[in-house]
Design a protein around this ligand. Sequence first.
Ligand SMILES: [Zn+2]
Length: 174
Amino acid sequence: MRVPDFSGAPLAVEYMPDPHAWRGRLISGAGPGLRVHAASFIRQRRIVLDAALLRHPREHRRILVHELFHFAWVRLGSPDRATWAALLAREIRARARGDLGWSAELSKTALKPDDLAHNHRRWRRYLSEAFCDTAAWLFAGIPRHSEFTLARRHRSARRAWFGALLRRRPALSL
Ligand SMILES: [Zn+2]
């Protein structure tokens, strides 16, 4: 599949040693907060990556693609988000296990039974993380990874969904 031809305003990509997320901010070095590999600040159009990723080119690429697609997600629009939500709802009903990255998997395991019906923020979070992890699986050029645990038939459906999206919108906005 062709990589999307992104268009849009510039995005800043910065590197921080040992980033930790705490109260909506990123702090360098151990202390309070959760260790993260990356964070995106949508309104500031800024991505911050763990500087250690520079020594791991494959992981760097995978995580950067994931973060870039957070910007695509916020501009995707309701019709495409709705078909993505329907696809993932079918997976949940089919009791699909695993996912295509730790971010998606973590937000999937956090889901409660009524979250879909109530369009709870946990469900919306899962939709966006799965979108970004699926894009990273498709476009980072990494065919195999220990975090790619979703069954083949569900992967095929996600690939087909992205294929249809990019045929309609070859220049996705970020
Ligand atoms: Zn994410």
